[in-house]
Write a protein that binds this ligand. Structure first.
Ligand code: FAD
Length: 429
């Protein structure tokens, strides 16, 4: 029986594992194995909500082993560290327990077809001090670490009977930085409501730094203007054209040698695929270190290796790269599933074509702004408010339905609504 190994159970990989598990795994046509360095899945666009405490990563995550048992795939916990494409084996690193003892030794896993869906990480472009002083929001542990520090900072401020503010500086005016800025304002309001009477949104000062000439550079100007206006009305200091030269214990130093003082610093700028892929020297990679693929999503030069999601470098006809977004990962998972099945059956493979359905930015409970792309024209339509919030949430709902099916997906959505009504709005401990 063919062995299909998918590395990375994120927005793209988990949808693909579910599809192949149901279509091939359950019918014993192929064995499907999903590998991830974590044991649970949280949809990455929700990470800023984990960081702010609006979302509880323990309650809102999917446990791979339990999910796989229902959806017809096997789960292997482990970090992919190396690949031998000739032998068709990949290496998974040793897993240690909390005491530092070996739990699972380093292993080799054989595959017939491999799918790399390992996502991306922030890019600090080698800026001095960033890795030592900044928080990142690339994974659940990083978001949880930020959340703990945030709550501790709220507690400290709450004990002081003075005007001291909590200064948070965020580098990167993309969706992550913009959404996190608004979310922080919201949770500071909640902290006050939940008993920290001296901690209010007035005691929080957020600086959002963007090196480019405007925030949300990848989105239409109208969305950026609406988001800027909303953030400013919340008291966020939006600093565009502000390049960071270094991060120090005191804050960010700009290229004009101004110090943006900060108690907590977040780096949410730039996207790249982990350096490990480039260092393997096996694949041709682009500027973001994404693995370049053929139109059918197979890595250039490899007949049995597919790449999907943020780690996939797909060059479009106009020379641009498919953007690293959840909607790209979702669409690629669909085409990769079809192509893997077709390849097993000896049928022709499909070419991937990215459809941009628009982009939305959620400014916590304050506003949602974005644009929808028309099906018939390439014109975008600006939307905001409740309609925009509904469309924003529907991308996540589509992901939930893709990984759980309609019945369980709808039940989970209902359970979330109930939890939302009965649970505290902020994770305090
Ligand atoms: C805060 C935030 C907000 C965002 N908001 C939006 C949004 O509103 N709309 C949108 O379209 N996109 C958004 N994005 C981008 C979106 O999250 C990504 O484009 C999408 O998750 C990419 O999917 P993926 O499957 O490629 O990778 P991911 O979803 O990142 O999944 C990668 C998986 O691979 C695993 N992994 C990584 N390396 C290894 C390894 N070596 N071995 C084993 N497992 C490994 C990880 O644990 C993870 O489970 C946002 C991103 C962030 C960080």
């Amino acid at each position: 029986m063919q062995h299909i190994v998918i590395v990375g159970g994120g927005a793209g990989g988990l949808e693909l594992a579910t599809k192949l598990g149901n279509k091939l795994g359950k019918k014993k046509i192929a064995k499907i194995t999903l590998v991830d360095k974590r044991t649970r899945h949280i949809w990455k666009p929700l990470l800023h909500e984990v960081a702010s405490g609006s979302l509880d990563s323990d309650m809102d995550s999917v446990i791979y082993s339990a999910h796989g048992a229902k959806q017809g795939y096997h789960f292997q916990h482990g970090e992919f560290t190396d690949l031998n494409a000739k032998e068709k084996t990949l290496t998974l690193a040793t897993i240690f327990d909390d005491q530092g003892e070996i739990l699972v030794p380093e292993r080799q896993l054989h595959y017939d077809t491999l799918v790399l869906a390992i996502g991306s990480v922030s890019n600090d472009f080698g800026t001095p001090g960033v890795s030592d002083h900044c928080y990142f929001l690339d994974s659940v542990p990083q978001a949880v670490r930020f959340h703990k520090a945030l709550i501790n900072s709220f507690v400290r401020i709450n004990q002081q009977d003075n005007d001291r503010t909590l200064n948070i500086a965020i580098v990167g005016g993309g969706a992550t930085g913009v959404e996190l800025s608004a979310e922080l304002h919201h949770v500071a309001t909640l902290a006050e409501r939940y008993g920290m009477s001296r901690m209010s949104s007035g005691k929080l000062k957020v600086h959002l730094l963007e090196a480019g000439k405007r925030i949300l550079p990848a989105l239409p100007e109208k969305i950026a203007n609406a988001a800027r206006q909303e953030l400013q009305s919340l008291g966020v200091e939006v600093l565009e054209n502000t390049k960071v030269k270094a991060a120090t214990k005191q804050g960010f130093e700009t290229s004009e040698s101004t110090l943006i003082e900060a108690d907590m610093m977040v780096w949410a700028a730039g996207v790249k695929v982990t350096d490990k892929i480039k260092e393997m020297g096996l694949f041709s990679v682009n500027r973001m270190q994404q693995i370049e693929v053929e139109p059918d999503l197979r890595a250039k030069g490899f007949e049995h290796i597919y790449v999907i999601g943020d780690s996939c470098g797909f060059e479009q006809k106009d020379g641009s790269w498919v953007p690293p977004r959840a909607q790209s990962a979702h669409q690629m998972a669909s085409v990769a599933a079809t192509n893997i099945i077709n390849q097993i059956k000896g049928k022709a493979l499909k070419s991937f074509q990215y459809s941009d359905h628009g982009s939305l930015v959620n400014l916590s409970r304050y506003s949602t702004v974005g644009s929808l792309m028309g099906n018939l024209s390439r014109n975008s339509m600006f939307i905001e408010g409740r309609v925009a919030r509904f469309v924003y949430m529907s991308l996540y709902r589509m992901h939930q339905l893709a990984i759980h099916g309609w019945r369980k997906g709808l039940l989970l959505i209902l359970a979330e609504k109930i939890n939302h009504a009965v649970r505290p709005k902020l994770k305090l401990h």
